[in-house]
Design a protein around this ligand. Structure first.
Ligand SMILES: [Zn+2]
Length: 234
């Protein structure tokens, strides 16, 4: 299991660092979207421990000064860092199941709750409310025991909120079958289909437009239809 701490690989550890970071309610879905299913061409965004730390920092789930300490510890304890990465992927797999099927399957929810409680149960620490540079506020979790064990806390707390608040009914998979990203549909009518209108939504609109144009171009006029069809075939 590679445990990299190089700076050069951090920059491409995620698609676009969000600014500001996503709301706590969306954090777990963004985490699910780091997997290989959502990035078929580029593979898993959490490819090593350093990528995990970079992602958590970029998405507001880990403070920068704590991230420095975590990285230094990873150099000293590479096996523990590698095990933490494996565990993060395990949590992510459970949360993908929850995002995709939690709304229709009580068993899937139960499995996710077991996984969430496993993470919560082994992590001792202090919760704090802190003011950010931009004037906003954020909740933080400072582990008092194993620092690595606490890394997944913000992720599983975000998923816990979705269960507590009954938000699963608004969690969707992107309608583009190649995409596999999950998202929270906060639209008024609850009919949002794509993870992002700028990418998948636009692709779908363009494809519909092309299909309509092709249908119009190949539809023969009412009269002389047989003659046109013969010519097309020929
Ligand atoms: Zn999509």
């Amino acid at each position: 299991m590679p445990v990299s701490t190089s700076d050069s690989r951090r920059a491409d550890a995620f698609d676009r660092p969000p600014s500001p970071p996503p709301s706590r309610s969306r954090l777990w879905l963004e985490f699910v979207n780091t997997d290989a299913a959502a990035h078929a061409t580029r593979g898993d965004l959490l490819r090593d421990f350093d990528s995990l730390v970079s992602w958590l920092t970029a998405f507001g789930a880990l403070e920068h000064d704590r991230a420095g300490g975590i990285r230094r510890r990873a150099v000293l304890q590479p096996a523990a860092a590698a095990a933490t990465l494996v565990d993060a992927r395990r949590v992510r797999a459970a949360l993908r199941m929850l995002a995709e099927r939690g709304n229709t399957s009580a068993r899937v929810c139960d499995d996710a709750v077991t996984e969430i409680n496993r993470v919560l149960g082994r992590s001792a620490g202090t919760r704090r409310l802190e003011r950010q540079d931009d004037g906003g506020y954020t909740r933080t979790f400072a582990p008092t025991g194993d620092a690595f064990a606490g890394l997944m806390i913000p992720i599983v707390e975000s998923a816990s909120d979705a269960l507590v608040n009954g938000d699963l009914a608004r969690v969707r998979q992107c309608a583009d079958l190649r995409c596999h990203r999950v998202f929270a549909d906060n639209s008024k009518n609850g009919l949002r289909r794509w993870c992002d209108m700028g990418t998948c939504g636009n692709r779908a609109k363009a494809a519909t437009h092309r299909a309509n144009r092709l249908a119009r171009a190949t539809r023969p006029p009412a009269r002389g239809r047989d003659r046109d069809r013969d010519r097309d075939v020929g």
